[in-house]
Structure formats: C-alpha cells, structure tokens
Design a protein around this ligand. Structure first.
Ligand code: ZN
Ligand code: ZN
Length: 428
C-alpha cells in the first residue's frame, strides 16, 4: 500500500463532473478518496502544496508508437512509458505496427506485461485488424481482447478493402471495441512526401492530396452507418475530413476522431528547406486546414487529441526528405502545445482541453481514468500552467529526439503524475 497523498490548494479541474475550483484532493489506497476544503491530512500522508497548480485527471493518449518488439533503438515500452508520465499521461494506447506486429493473443499479452513491468503509465495494447497487417484476413479480435487489447488498428497502413473494413466493424462491435483507421487511399497518396500544394510544387516534392484522407473518412462513415460499428478516425488533418465527420455525427453514427498537436500547430510552410522533423503522415496541411482542426476541437467534432508519438533515430531522420521516415515524438510536448496553441490561443477553455486529452479518450475507448470522481482510480496530473520550460532534446525521456520544437519555450510544467495512487513522475 502506498501512503495517502493530499494535494492542498490546487485548482481541481474535472470536466467529467463539471468541477473547476481551488480546493484539496485526497488519494487513499490508489483511489480518489475526497475533494473539498475541509479535508484533514491522514496519518502518514504525503502532503503536496499545490497552490497555483492545476490538478486534473491524468492525460490519456489513444495513439502512441512504442516500437517494441523489434525497433528498441527508437523506443521501448519502458522508455515510451517514461516519456508519457513526464508529459502528464497516465494511460497510453500502443499501436500494433511493431516488428513482429501485434496480431495475436500472446503478442498482446507481451505488450501488456512489459507495460506493467515498467510500472509507469498504464499501457493499453491495440491489436491488429488484419493478420500481419496485410489487409487480407481479420485477426482474432476475441482472443486479443481477452489478452487486454482495447481496440484494433492497422495503423501505418490503411485498410484498403472496404469488405475487410466492413467485417472488422461488425466483428469489433460484438466486443464493444473501436476500429481505429489510418485514413489514406494508398494509390492516391503513393510516393508523396508532403501535402500537395504550392509548397510541394516549389520544393519539387511529390504531394499527398487532402482527398487521399477524405476518401477513407467518407467510406468509413458510410460503413459505420451500414454496420453500427464504432469507427475511430486517426490523425485527422484536413478541413474536408472535418466536414464529413460533422455530417456523420449529425446522423448519429458511431464515429469518433482524433487530431494530433502538430496538425493544429504547424502547416506545410514548416517543411521550409526540407526539415524532416516536419515530415509526417498525414502531412502538415494548409492554414485553412489547421483552422478547421482547431474549430473541430472546440465544438467536439473531433473528440480527442492524440499525439501519434512516432520515435525515429537521429540517423533515420537525417536522410534526404524523400527517404526520411514519417513522424515526430509528441508525449512530452502535447500538454504544453495544448496550453500554448489552444488555451492561451483562445480556442479552448482549460476544462475543454482536459476533456479532449483525458475524459473523452477514457469514455470513448472504455479505459480507466479520465475522471476525478470519488472512488475512481487515482490517475492524476498536476501541472503549473504558468511556469515555462525550454524543449531540450538532450533532456527528453523518449529514446528518440525527433521533435520540431527543439529550443522553443513552452508553457505548462508537469509537477506530479500519479497512476493508481502512486507518484510515477515528479517534475521540477
Ligand atoms: Zn497512421
Ligand atoms: Zn500512428
């Protein structure tokens, strides 16, 4: 049993129960025990003076690449979990496109047990949709769910066959799990290194049109209507996708969506002179797309923020733009970017940011956490929203350093991350 923890005088923000007030919060036996101004300090409690801090349900990321098994030089489950708790995340969902891929019961069990052994953030495995991510035959969803899988996804690859996507949605529905799709029409996107537009033309790079994403978003919404299954649309990047999701939601379809911090922060201009830390899939888009993603986060058309944390080695990202791998790390900068771009930028209230980064992912994917309700698991982030820090790649906990924000000053310093009532990260 860990000692009780009493957070004194923090701003407790929990949109799941409409709470936003300066008060005390007590954790006992791994659960939220009490919230209020009249809480005394129990014997042996660890008292944390939280004046000026925000106390919120721990952040949850439904889209993270941990690279283990197979690419441990980029990240391991333990280093990814360490990066997560440093960023205020108490739960992360691990994408299955490792080497080998996570497409069976024992592989799911491996990810879960490695996560438990690390003892940091909760690591929720995602299983593959198709065996070997080949897009041909469905993996055994039932066995993977029994081993702890919380969703299925072939992320890294789209599900090109509409027939396979249909049966995946029907099958997943019987287990109550989402099918998370990487929306990309492969032939249309093929060979593209960045967004198709005036910058790609100027740089002489082959572009990926917005339509490559939107075709799959439209198809997946149609299949959600046909099957009643829950489709979760990964890393939405275009204004057209936002319009399609808005329409699907008006029809009451079981469609949820996520956006990544880089897509609401940066545009294709950032590729500049072939900066590979601005190379991701889907690519950075135009100003109007960025604005649409922000508006969709504000009105709930896009349900949650997910990092798509994608660690790559220095050498890999140092290649020529065309040959460099896609993706950037994101766990340690996500909260700060949410504060800087969305809250300080006047797009979202602090409560709505917490809703998009914690409550919604927990609720929509049926994960523990996402609330500070009495009796619930004590998964908590405490941060100082006004303190700032400088992104120093040498100090990042992830095993990889591929961030486009090196050297930038960010608001929001994580002070404590608590998982199951245990302090797993203490910040400065
Ligand atoms: Zn993807
Ligand atoms: Zn991904």
């Amino acid at each position: 049993m860990t000692a009780p923890i009493l957070f004194r005088g923090g701003r407790v923000v929990d949109p799941s129960q409409g709470l936003d007030e300066v008060t005390h919060l007590l954790v006992v036996d791994g659960r939220i025990a009490a919230i209020g101004r009249d809480i005394g300090s129990p014997d042996g409690a660890q008292v944390v003076e939280a004046g000026g801090w925000v106390i919120a349900p721990g952040l949850i990321d439904v889209h993270v690449h941990l690279r283990e098994p197979g690419q441990e030089d980029r990240e391991t489950i333990a280093t990814g979990a360490a990066s997560a708790v440093a960023g205020g995340f108490t739960g992360i969902c691990a994408m299955p496109n490792t080497d080998p891929v996570i497409d069976n019961q024992s592989a799911v069990g491996f990810v879960k047990s490695r996560g438990e052994a690390a003892g940091l953030a909760r690591v929720f495995p995602i299983g593959c949709i198709s065996v070997g991510q080949k897009g041909e035959r469905l993996a055994e969803f039932g066995e993977m769910v029994a081993a702890g899988a919380v969703a299925v996804s072939d992320d890294g690859h789209p599900v090109m066959s509409s027939q396979l996507m249909r049966t995946a949605l029907e099958y997943a529905r019987t287990f109550g799990i989402p099918v998370a799709d990487h929306c990309e029409d492969t032939p249309l996107a093929h060979g593209g290194a960045m967004h198709e537009g005036i910058i790609s033309t100027r740089l002489g790079l082959k572009g990926i049109p917005a339509a490559a994403e939107e075709i799959h978003v439209a198809r997946d919404c149609i299949l959600a209507a046909l099957t009643g299954g829950h489709v979760h649309l990964c890393h939405m990047s275009t204004r057209g996708s936002v319009d399609l999701i808005r329409r699907a939601k008006e029809q009451g379809l079981s469609v949820t969506a996520e956006a990544a911090p880089h897509h609401y922060t940066l545009t294709h201009e950032r590729v500049g002179d072939y900066d590979t830390n601005a190379k991701m899939n889907p690519p950075l888009r135009e100003d109007a797309d960025r604005a649409a993603i922000r508006a969709a986060l504000a009105d709930g058309t896009i349900d949650c923020i997910a990092t798509d944390h994608a660690p790559h080695t220095y050498d890999a990202k140092e290649r020529e733009f065309d040959d460099a791998p896609n993706g950037i790390i994101g766990l340690e900068t996500a909260l700060s970017l949410g504060l800087r771009e969305l809250v300080n930028g006047g797009v979202l209230s602090l409560g709505t940011l917490i809703e998009r980064m914690s409550c919604a992912p927990a609720r929509l994917w049926h994960l523990p956490g996402g609330t500070l309700r009495i009796g619930g698991v004590a998964d908590i982030v405490a941060f100082d929203p006004t303190a700032s820090w400088v992104v120093d790649p040498a100090r990042i906990r992830s095993r990889s350093r591929n961030t486009p924000w090196a050297g930038e000053t960010m608001p929001g310093v994580v002070k404590r991350t608590v998982v199951g009532g245990r302090v797993v990260f203490t910040g400065q």
